[in-house]
Each structure stands twice: as structure tokens, then as C-alpha cells.
Design a protein around this ligand. Structure first.
Ligand code: SF4
Length: 1017
């Protein structure tokens, strides 16, 4: 026994299951041994599996609790460590994960519901009954008064605009499903989630380029790369455990790791190469790379010809001039996209020139478009020394051969810009030209932030979305037929899979989940009950309406918008205009306390704020069962290891209780448009407290009748769980909340809880958890082989044709029986079957990317010989114009970032993390500090047009002075973790400084490049 470690012992005895206890297995060391050594601290502990609640690496954790569940013996988690069996984390945890036990026991954990009356200075404890009764009454009264059944045109729209809801990013998928049903049944259109503030542009850009908006490869797959480009992210700090696979690539694969970033950050510290860049100029840099690859003929020719739309011919009337694509309307600040289109043949298919000679074919237009971005000009715009830029170009270019790959890792450094979607599109184009999409060790690896933000995006918790990346109908789509016609794409090329042609099956299956037996063919499956939208009610738009006094109620669930939204003072003023605010959170957040005077940190007069506030305590990850989706699309199931503190409730119970009370009110009193509220399927065993298991099965979906295949054989029996989405029907005989989750919980059981970490090749572990879609781990993997089915690189073969079907280490992202040479394209979600260098109508700011300056920029002159400097369609509200600063007053470029010890505004509530990073700071380059007479540790004031913060100065050499278009430029780093609540010293919310402008495709704000001034206090 002494030679057997604790972990080895548990593995050998097969106890790696939730709830296994060492004592239960008779693991009692001999007495003599116990006397010789310190008592084994986990003895008698109960072990429960879970996942870290912070970032989207999704590290596995083991939680240890004491207390055997007997009366008055409440289990309490006293130790957490990494799960050594987890294929990504392999037992590691970063400083955030290592502090999880302090998060669970944080002094900021809320224990009882509390209430703040209008104008009051204090919280008052109330009962759950009182709180939920009052909230249900407020919701119903506001809905009945303001519900819009028909719009001005007389169209039926069934929406409720005057109350909105923000959903979490770390709660489980099962909570997310309940959020959706709760909000949409009431007609709430202002439903949004954290994805709006982080990876929205990734979804827009990768969806329109490749077919799906997700990370293409996986964390472990990074080890297969020859070159790793980290740009727009800092995984060594923000995703530390995922970053180990970059180091693995370096150690085992001699990978060359390059970092391009405004700061010499911790990723750069262990990279092979670092290049500085001006924040907000990434598109210019990447367009320069595109230009380099094309002018030096460093592209993977066969891949580009077969797997991209390089050969398709674009209409003659599509042009680009002076920074504008054709169709721009300056009055509406929007594009008419009619000319962003292919030439069509008589059958409506796109015309093509396989010889690539036609000057209007996509590749030649791209060549011309990118030709302006010469190395000299790129260097001038970005501040990156030309030789550094060329090093990146040459290194990437070396992977244009079939047997070498580069992977690109990015995160919020690319998304947080008014040009965010186009920055990411440009990088995707680089990868298409190099033949790196679909390749092991390649791809566009969007490193998601919050632990379940991928899941919340999948679940359709965004204002104009439905689950599984379908759209919520808009006003003009008055009938089901119109909606399905508009949203079901036709193939652009003959014989392509065009998988979205199945949209009617996914949609009707969703309707059957929402409305159950109330959804019939006769009533178009309840289509009328869905709210229709007339405009986006995303967070930015909704806070703008709130500021105008047009919003009465708001529910913020697991979300702290006062700290997360841009321009904090403006957001606080908007919240002050609400009649009621409901927060549902494990922690005491700044948002719940927005009405409190916190001196310089939140200088308000509570007596002037007439918002009534309900602060409802919810469970955290450690106290619930459920699934979350990591960045690589793995749905991982976790288990509760303890009960919540005090009288905190799970989110499902809170939503279930309020919803049940609302329904009772509608049943008793009637009201405006009660049908969707009463008809929403909420048939849980206990409607006031749905269980995660029953909701997870609902997300997967059921057969509502026997399902037959083409030969008439029954493949799924009535009442059984669906095995996958291929069996879905549009005739009401299947239900599924989220079609891409079909297969996650089947007749064989909960696939998300699987624990087989066998490597089937190249680090692929398909037996661990379950990945959407269809348990595929590497998206577009058919593109890793040539059209004849031969791998581009035999060492990277991940799927193969066995003569009858595709098989191998991964599930083929391709029709399983379409043989090599069939000519079917590998980008099966695209109507062309190929990846898009020219994105026909995918993004509303242009089919090709273009560099535009951030809304606040130090560059006043027109670079690139064009007069249009800023993204001409960027999201901007009239009130925001006066909140923009000028370089004369605010001469420095600021960029926000995260440090490894803290996660957003959550870990400041955890004592261990507060000890590691106790106090707010800003980072200033030594040359700027010298110029301003600032020494390390001095207090400085950083101000923008929107407000100021004060913090300690950290003076470093990590921020270099750059030469940009002939002028010297300094940058300032603003970590964004502190606030006026939590265990750290009080600090300013960093979003006091940031502007509210956004990317027009996703409305994601520009947190990463704005203008500030710096002064010594
Ligand atoms: S924060 Fe991310 S990297 Fe760190 S332990 Fe948690 S999941 Fe892992």
C-alpha cells in the first residue's frame, strides 16, 4: 500500500466516480502507519467531480467534502484539486482554479433573499415567498401594461420590450434552457448573455467564413502544430492550463511560437518570438500577411482551389473604393449588400473559373484588395517594426506546404473592437490560404473566456437568436413558411451538402420542445407565440433604451453588467431609471449595489434612486449538477458536492418558482396574450424545481412517434431519446431543444459524463465527455485529406475511408458514406461546400476585411489613401458621440486585459486570489513613466472622456513606445478586475474608461483600444 499513491489507488480500485469515498472502500491505513505520518487529510472525504467555473479550458476538478449527509451533518467542501484523468488539464489548475475552494466559501456569498426599497440606503432580508410573489406581480403588471401584440403595420409580433433579462455565462446548460423558456414564453426580446461582451465577433466571423462560429480544433490538438501564432489573446495568463499544449508543441514538436501583442505579456515571455503592435491595428497586420502570402505565392494551391471559394466569380457591380464597399448609405450608416454576390448561371448556381484566370474570381479580387497592405505600410500603421512583421509572414508562409501547419490562438484582443469580426475573418483567410483549416495542428482556435459561454451561445440566449444558431423570427416573417424560406439556404453549388437545408427539421423539433402538445401542424407548431423582433435588443441597445427611461424591469442572472458593460457611469445612470431590478447571483455584485454610495468608486445619492432591487442568492457550480461547454465544444457533466450556503436556491428553482407563480396569476386573472405563458411546456416532475437531468434530456430530444428510415425500418421508438440530429423530422414527430446537442444524452445514457480518456490518435479523446456536433472533435476534418481522400500529411491522418464509410480517430465532418472523389465539399454547413475567402453576405460590414481605426484613435490623417478612417457602419448611438475623446486631450492608447491570478470580477471575492492580487494597478511603459515623472508604486489617475480611475502604477518595459505613421505613441495597460465589492481592496471599475461603440455584426464593445490621459496623483 505504501508504494501506491492515493490517485493510483483510487484509479486501480475504480473509484473515479462522483461521490466515491475512500472510507467506503475500506481504505483505512494500518494504525502504526497513521501514527508515523501526519493523518491523511482526505481520509473520510467524499470525492465529487466537477469543472472549474472560470475559463473555458474547462479543467477537471475533484472536490472533497466532509459530512456524511446525516441529519444536521451538512457536507462542506474543504479541498479542491485538479483531476489527473482529465485529458486537457491532467491534474493541473492555474491560480484561479487553485482558489476555487475560497470562492465557494467566500464571505461575499449571499445566503438569503434581500430587498432594497426605492430611495432606501439599505438591504432588508425578506423571505423567498415574499420575493417571488412580488417579482411575479411586478413582471405580470409590466407585461400586461406594455406587451405589444401587433406593430404599427398590424403585424402580429407578441413581444415585451419594457422588461429584459441577462443570462449568465457560468451557469449550466440546463439553467440556460430554462432561461430561454422563461424569457421567450413571456415575449422578452431583450434576452442577452455574456457572449455579447466577449466572443460575439468570433461567431459572426467564423460562421460566415467556415460555417460554424466555434473554435475549430481542441486544446490538446495545439500540440500538433509546427507554428503557433498567438495574437489577440494571452493564453499563458488567461487560459494557463490550456496553454500547456502550446508548450507541448514546443517541446515535442519543435513548434515555433510567436506572440504579437501590445504588451510583452506572459505568453510572449515563453515564446520564441515577440512583435509589438498598436492596439486596434490587427486587421492591417493580418491583411499584410494575406498580401505577403499572395505576392510570394506561398499558398497551398490544391487546398485553395478545392476547398475555398477562390474560383467563384463575383458580380461586376461589386467594388471597393475609398474605404467603402458598394451599397453604402451614409444616412442609415449601413450597406445594401445586393452587389456582394456571385455571378449566377441559369440554374442559380454560382459561376466559377477553376483556372483562376478570370479577374473577377474571388482569389484575384482578394489579391487586389490586399495589395495595398505592403510591409512598409503595415509597419507604419501598426507600429510593428518591418523586420518583425516579415518574420511572422515568413514563418507562417512556411506552413503553406501540406505537411506543416500553423495554428492561430486568439481571444478578446481581437473581438473587442469595432472591427472585431473583420480582424477574425482576416486571420481565417490566412489559414484558408495556408491550407490549415481542418488540419490537426491547424485551425482558428477561438479561446473562449467564461466556463459556459460557448454553451450559452449554443443555446440561443441572445436577443435575435434561437438555439442551435437559428434566428428568432422578425416582424416581416409573419408566417412559418416565410420564416423557413428566408432562413433555409439554397445550395450555391450543385451536389453540396448544405446542411442548413435541414433547418425546418431543427425548427419544428424546437417548437415541439417549447409548446409540447399545444404545437400542432394546424397552428404551425405554435409559431405565432414566438416573439418577433423589429430591431436588436442586445445589451448595448437595451442599456441605451434604459438610459432613455424606456425600460421598467431587468433581471440580471449570474451577470454583473455594471462591471462588465462599457462606460460604467452611463450604465449606472441607466440602471437608476429602472423601476425594478432582480439580481440572481451567488455573490454580492456591484450591479446589485449600484445604488450605494461608495465614495469615489460609485458616487451616487441613494435617495435619488427609485429602483426597487431584489437580490436573490443562487447556488454556484459546486452545488449543482449539470453540463457546461468548454471552448472546444465539449459538453462536460458535473456533480454537486455540497449544499448551498444559508437559504440560497439553485437557478432552476428560482426561475421555476417565479414562472409557476406567473402562470398561476395568468390562469386566475387572465391578462394580455396569456397563451405562450400557459402553453409553454413546463412539464417537469416538480415545476418549481426542474432537475438538471430532466432538462438535459429535453435538450437532447425525444422521438414523439416511431421514427423510420428510408427503407421503413424503425430506427427510434416512440418515447426514446434521439441518438443524433440526423433522425429529426419536420412533421412534429421529434422534439429537441437544441439540435446540435442531440446525441448528448441518448438511450445509452448521459454521454456528457463519460470518462474514457483513451487517445485514439493525435491527442483525440472521443470517449471523454461529448462534443457537439455528433461528438466531432476537429471541425472540417475532411479538409485534412485531399479530394481523393489522401491525407495532406500522413502523420496527421485523423479520418480515413474504409471502402464503405469514413472512420478513424475522429468522427468525420462529412456525409459518412460519401466516398473520396465524390466532389462533395468539406465545409458542409456552407451553401458553397467550401470555405469563404469572399463572404457573400455573411458580415454586414463587408465581404472582404478592411482595416479601420478604432472609434477613438490617435491617427488623424488618412492612411491607405482613403478618407474613411473608421468602420463606417460601427454600432454607435447618438448619445455616445459626445462621450468620445480626442487625441489632443487623451494622447495615449489604452487597452484592457486580464491577469492570471484573477478572473474578471469574480475571483476578487475569493480570499486566495485577493491575497495574490490585492490592489488595483495600471501598467505604464518606462519611457512614458519617465516623461510623466511617475515611479513604480505611485498613484496615477487615468482618464478618458467618460470618467477616471486611480490606481498604483506598475512601470514596465513590457509596453514599448511605438512609431506609428511618423509619430511616437505610448500605450497603457488597464487590468479589469477590481471594484467596490469583494475581498480585494476597493478599486475603480475599469470599464469607467471604455467606450460604448461596438462591432456592427455582434454589437460587442471596443474594450481593447481607446484614448486616455495619464497623470500622477
Ligand atoms: S481558470 Fe481556466 S485554466 Fe485555470 S483552472 Fe480554471 S479552467 Fe483551468
Amino acid at each position: 500500500m505504501t508504494s501506491l499513491g492515493r490517485r493510483a489507488f483510487l484509479v486501480n480500485t475504480g473509484t473515479c466516480v462522483a461521490g466515491a469515498s475512500a472510507i467506503a472502500l475500506g481504505f483505512v491505513p494500518p494504525r502504526a502507519q497513521a501514527q508515523e505520518t501526519r493523518q491523511y487529510k482526505l481520509l473520510r472525504a467524499r470525492e465529487t467531480r466537477n469543472n472549474c467555473t472560470y475559463c473555458s479550458v474547462g479543467c477537471g476538478i475533484l472536490m472533497y467534502s466532509l459530512g456524511d449527509g446525516a441529519k444536521n451533518a451538512k457536507p462542506s467542501i474543504f479541498h479542491i484539486e485538479g483531476d489527473p484523468d482529465h485529458p486537457v488539464s491532467r491534474g493541473s489548475l492555474c491560480p484561479k482554479g487553485a482558489g476555487l475552494v475560497d470562492f465557494i466559501h467566500s464571505e461575499s456569498r449571499l445566503q438569503y433573499p434581500s430587498y432594497r426599497a426605492p430611495g432606501s440606503q439599505e438591504w432588508k432580508r425578506i423571505s423567498w415567498e415574499e420575493a417571488t410573489d412580488r417579482i411575479a406581480r411586478l413582471l405580470k403588471d409590466d407585461r400586461d401594461k406594455n406587451f405589444i401584440q401587433t406593430n404599427a403595420k398590424g403585424e402580429r409580433v407578441n413581444r415585451w420590450v419594457s422588461t429584459g433579462m441577462l443570462a449568465s455565462s457560468a451557469a449550466s446548460n440546463e439553467t440556460g434552457l430554462l432561461d430561454f423558456k422563461f424569457a421567450r414564453s413571456l415575449g422578452i426580446v431583450a434576452l442577452d448573455c455574456q457572449a455579447r461582451l466577449c466572443h460575439g465577433p468570433t461567431v459572426s466571423a467564423l460562421g460566415s467564413s467556415l460555417g460554424r462560429g466555434a473554435m475549430t480544433n481542441s486544446w490538446v490538438d495545439i500540440k500538433n502544430a509546427n507554428v503557433v501564432l498567438i495574437m489577440g489573446g494571452n493564453p499563458a495568463e488567461a487560459h494557463p492550463v490550456g496553454f500547456k499544449w502550446v508548450m507541448e508543441a514546443k517541446i515535442r514538436n519543435a513548434a515555433h511560437v510567436m506572440v504579437v501583442d501590445p504588451r510583452f505579456n506572459r505568453s510572449a515571455a515563453v515564446a520564441d518570438f515577440y512583435a509589438p503592435i498598436r492596439a486596434g491595428s490587427d486587421a492591417a497586420f493580418l491583411l499584410g500577411v494575406v498580401n505577403y502570402l499572395l505576392t510570394h505565392d506561398k499558398i497551398q494551391h490544391e487546398y485553395v482551389a478545392a476547398y475555398t471559394n477562390a474560383a467563384l466569380i463575383v458580380r461586376d457591380d461589386f467594388q471597393f473604393h475609398d474605404g467603402l464597399f458598394t451599397g453604402y448609405d451614409a444616412k442609415t450608416r449601413s450597406y445594401d449588400m445586393a452587389s456582394w454576390e456571385y455571378e449566377r448561371d441559369e440554374q442559380g448556381y454560382a459561376k466559377k473559373d477553376p483556372t483562376l484566370q478570370n479577374p473577377r474570381c474571388v482569389l484575384n479580387l482578394l489579391r487586389e484588395h490586399a495589395s495595398r497592405y505592403t510591409p512598409e505600410l503595415v509597419s507604419q500603421i501598426t507600429g510593428t517594426p518591418e523586420k518583425d512583421f516579415l518574420h511572422v509572414c515568413e514563418t507562417l508562409a512556411a506552413t503553406s506546404v501540406p505537411d506543416r501547419t500553423s495554428t492561430i490562438l486568439f481571444a478578446l484582443g481581437w473581438t473587442h473592437h469595432t472591427n472585431g469580426s473583420q480582424i477574425i475573418r482576416t486571420a481565417a483567410i490566412v489559414q484558408m490560404l495556408l491550407g490549415n483549416i481542418g488540419m490537426p495542428g491547424g485551425g482558428m482556435n477561438a479561446l473562449r473566456g467564461h466556463s459556459n459561454i460557448q454553451g450559452y451561445t449554443d443555446l440561443g440566449l441572445l436577443s435575435t437568436r434561437l438555439p442551435g444558431y437559428m434566428n428568432l423570427p422578425k416582424d416581416s416573417q409573419q408566417t412559418l413558411d416565410t420564416y423557413l424560406q428566408d432562413t433555409t439556404p439554397k445550395a450555391d453549388e450543385q451536389g453540396e451538402v448544405n446542411y442548413w437545408h435541414n433547418t425546418p427539421k431543427f425548427f419544428v423539433s424546437l417548437m415541439k420542445t417549447l409548446w409540447g402538445d399545444h404545437a400542432t401542424a394546424a397552428n404551425n407548431w405554435g409559431y405565432e407565440w414566438l416573439p418577433k423582433w423589429d430591431r436588436s435588443y442586445d445589451m448595448l441597445a437595451y442599456f441605451d433604451l434604459m438610459g432613455q427611461g424606456k425600460v421598467n424591469g431587468y433581471i440580471a442572472q449570474g451577470f454583473n453588467p455594471l462591471a462588465a458593460m462599457p462606460d460604467k457611469n452611463q450604465m449606472r445612470d441607466a440602471l437608476s431609471k429602472l423601476k425594478f431590478l432582480v439580481t440572481i447571483d451567488p455573490l454580492d455584485t456591484e450591479t446589485a449595489n449600484f445604488w450605494q454610495n461608495q465614495g469615489v468608486y460609485n458616487d451616487v445619492k441613494p435617495e435619488d434612486i427609485h429602483t426597487e432591487v431584489f437580490r436573490l442568492p443562487s447556488t454556484c457550480f459546486a452545488e449543482e449538477n449539470g453540463s457546461i461547454v468548454n471552448s472546444a465544444r465539449w459538453l462536460q457533466w458535473h456533480f454537486a458536492g455540497a449544499k448551498p450556503p444559508g437559504d440560497a436556491w439553485g437557478d432552476g428553482r428560482i426561475l421555476g418558482t417565479i414562472f409557476t407563480k406567473l402562470r398561476a396569476l395568468y390562469a386566475k386573472e387572465g391578462g394580455v396574450c396569456p397563451e405562450p405563458v400557459l402553453n409553454m411546456q413546463w412539464n417537469y416532475r416538480d415545476p418549481e424545481e426542474p432537475t438538471a437531468e430532466e432538462v438535459a434530456r429535453e435538450a437532447n430530444g425525444y422521438a414523439l412517434a416511431d421514427i423510420q428510415d428510408a427503407s421503413g425500418a424503425v430506427v427510434v421508438r416512440k418515447g426514446e431519446l434521439l441518438p443524433d440530429f440526423s433522425v429529426m423530422k419536420d412533421d412534429g414527430t421529434t422534439s429537441s431543444y437544441c439540435w446540435i446537442f442531440a446525441g448528448s444524452w441518448t438511450q445509452a445514457g448521459n454521454q456528457m459524463a463519460r470518462r474514457d480518456n483513451t487517445d485514439t490518435g493525435l491527442g483525440n479523446t472521443p470517449g471523454w465527455a461529448w462534443a457537439w456536433p455528433a461528438n466531432r472533435r476537429l471541425l472540417y476534418n475532411r479538409a485534412s485529406l485531399d479530394p481523393q481522400g489522401r491525407p495532406w500529411d500522413p502523420r496527421r491522418q485523423i479520418i480515413e475511408w474504409n471502402g464503405q464509410r469514413w472512420t478513424g480517430a475522429d468522427v468525420a465532418d462529412y456525409p459518412p458514406t460519401s466516398p473520396p472523389g465524390s466532389g462533395v465539399g468539406p465545409f458542409i454547413m456552407q451553401s458553397e461546400g467550401v470555405a469563404r475567402l469572399f463572404s457573400r453576405k455573411g458580415l454586414v460590414d463587408g465581404p472582404f476585411p478592411e482595416h479601420y481605426e478604432p472609434t477613438e484613435s490617435p491617427i488623424m490623417g488618412g492612411a491607405l489613401g482613403k478618407t474613411v478612417r473608421h468602420n463606417p457602419v460601427a454600432r454607435m448611438f447618438p448619445d455616445d458621440v459626445s462621450r468620445m475623446g480626442k487625441p489632443e486631450q487623451f494622447p495615449y492608447v489604452a487597452t484592457t486585459y486580464s491577469v492570471t491570478e484573477l478572473f474578471r470580477h469574480w475571483t476578487k471575492h475569493s480570499r486566495l486570489n485577493a491575497i495574490m492580487q490585492p490592489e488595483q494597478f495600471v501598467e505604464i511603459g518606462d519611457r512614458l513613466a519617465g516623461k510623466l515623472g511617475i515611479a513604480a508604486g505611485d498613484m496615477v489617475r487615468v482618464s478618458s472622456q467618460r470618467g477616471y480611475i486611480e490606481a498604483k502604477a506598475v512601470v514596465t518595459k513590457r509596453l514599448k513606445r511605438l512609431n506609428v505613421l511618423g509619430q511616437e505613441l505610448d500605450q497603457v495597460g488597464i487590468p479589469c478586475h477590481w471594484g467596490f465589492k469583494g475581498a480585494t481592496r476597493k478599486g475603480f471599475l475599469a470599464n469607467t474608461l471604455t467606450p460604448a461603440m461596438g462591432d456592427v455584426n455582434s454589437q460587442t464593445p471596443e474594450f481593447k483600444a481607446f484614448l486616455v490621459n495619464v497623470e500622477k496623483v
